[in-house]
Ligand binder design. Structure first.
Ligand code: PXG
Length: 441
């Protein structure tokens, strides 16, 4: 093992860990110290197969030399450039590159640093767009139950995961939610998109009728709801959401923080599902998670509307680190790796193998659903009576001990390996997961 893999932790206490049971973790920590290709190395020298691409973000696998070198070169030549009233080539180049990848008339990119920032930015752009159009009453934002849109005020408010909301009260007024699309009775063990459920999109018509569409600025949904446990959209559902938005002048924001960059076999899920959003939020795979970066893809129509405003700054919004030079260098190199290695296509090619491997776990104890699309998947377990999430957490721990990194959300184990995974590694992943499910009572 290289020297840098021998890092140790001297004290655990001062680090207040995010989305983690701090007390539980610190009583039995899981520390990783190195990563290469499809594997992490733990502090006790074990190799762990990465079944979750970090947290849905390391799409090209770990330690990619081209990306590492691009970051090193950029850090050595210009570490930082002011983001406001000043530019550097990387930001323009990366925006131009993204414009060629994005669907429909999305042809501009606004850079931020996290998915949460991208979501809050997109929501603010929606408000600014309507105001500029003379429709200042359009302030209502519509999310969906079980949606995850990060942890900013806007993203938490439109998000629909109860645990993420209940500590914080009412964050933003004028928010409503569509119903989620998951129904175990109607769609358990669907392979790919469920046949049932397109009509659930009609709830948006009811929301429009309730509030009057002239008060609604935007609808934001994940094409495939990731964090909540991989809810694949029913066939026809997203197209119906698009139609209803169009009918009422409502902007449609697709949150592709997880689904972007090949996760479902195309640059963006919008393409896979055949719909054209007005904005796309993206992050994670944009830089292969090497340097924090996110972006909002903005349509020509929205951009042109804002550019037609009064002279001067068109959008009073931005971050010190918008378009950070290191992130741009990482992003450009990452997009080259995806293209050179055909990783988006690879996800599509591997999808049937992935699907079969996951669904082979169908008859294991306590498995009540398996869902998949692209190289995303989830195995849902029956909750232990009176202890929601406990069984899946034991499976998560069992996988980690058995040499597999997964994500646990509620009673679901979620999976999203790097797109470089081999067929043999898909088999290995299913074996370790199956054994962990068997071992959990
Ligand atoms: N939108 C979506 C759809 C996301 O999945 C965010 C926004 C926020 O991104 P940031 O970069 O602010 O975290 C996300 C993030 C998990 C998990 O395992 C998912 C996310 C983050 C961490 C863990 O479910 N998604």
């Amino acid at each position: 093992m290289p020297d840098e893999g021998r890092a140790t932790v001297n004290t655990l206490e001062p680090y207040f860990m995010p989305f983690t049971a701090n007390r539980q973790f610190k009583s039995a920590p899981r520390i990783v110290v190195a990563a290469e290709g499809m594997h992490y190395t733990t502090d006790d020298g074990r190799r762990v197969l990465d079944g979750s691409a970090g947290m849905w973000c390391v799409n090209a696998g770990h330690g990619r030399e081209k990306i590492v070198r691009a970051i090193q070169k950029q850090a050595a030549s210009m570490d930082y450039a002011p983001a406001f009233q000043c530019g550097h080539p990387g930001a323009f180049d990366l925006a131009a590159r993204l414009a060629t990848l994005m669907p429909g008339d999305l042809d501009h990119a606004f850079f931020c640093n996290s998915g949460s920032e991208a979501v809050d930015t997109a929501l603010k752009i929606a408000l600014a767009y309507h105001r500029q159009n003379g429709e200042a009453a359009r302030t209502r934002l519509i999310g969906r139950e079980r949606g995850y849109h990060g942890v900013g005020f806007g993203g938490t408010a439109v998000g629909g995961i109860s645990n993420n909301r209940k500590q914080f009260g009412n964050l933003v007024s004028g928010v409503d939610h569509l119903p989620h699309t998951h129904d175990l009775e109607k769609m358990a063990f669907s392979r790919g998109q469920p046949e049932w459920g397109a009509h659930l999109a009609d709830a948006l018509e009811s929301v429009c009728a309730l509030h009057d569409p002239s008060t609604i600025a935007a609808v934001i949904v994940e094409p495939v709801a990731g964090s909540t446990g991989v809810l694949v959209p029913p066939k026809g559902y997203l197209a119906r959401i698009r139609e209803i938005c169009d009918r009422h002048g409502i902007l449609l924001i697709l949150d592709e923080v997880i689904t972007g960059f090949g996760r479902v076999g195309e640059a963006f899920a919008a393409e896979r599902f055949g719909i054209e959003p007005d904005m796309i939020t993206m992050a994670k795979g944009l830089t292969n998670a090497t340097v924090p970066m996110s972006a909002v893809g903005v349509s020509k129509r929205i951009h042109d509307t804002l550019m037609a405003g009064p002279a001067g700054v068109e959008l009073f919004h931005g971050y010190t680190y918008s378009g950070h030079p290191l992130a741009c260098a990482a992003g450009l190199a990452t997009l080259e790796v995806y293209a050179e290695e055909g990783l988006f296509e690879r996800a599509r090619t591997l999808e049937p193998v992935w699907e079969d491997a996951l669904h082979s776990l169908r008859d294991r104890r306590n498995v009540i659903d398996i869902r998949n699309i692209g190289l995303m998947g989830a195995v849902e377990l029956a909750p232990r009576p009176g202890a929601p999430g406990a069984r899946a957490f034991d499976v998560y721990l069992g996988c980690f001990q058995g040499g597999l990194m997964t994500r646990q959300t509620g009673d679901t184990i979620a999976l999203s390996p790097p797109l470089i995974i081999t067929e043999a590694q898909i088999g290995e992943l299913a074996d370790i997961l199956g054994a962990a499910i068997d071992a959990a009572d």
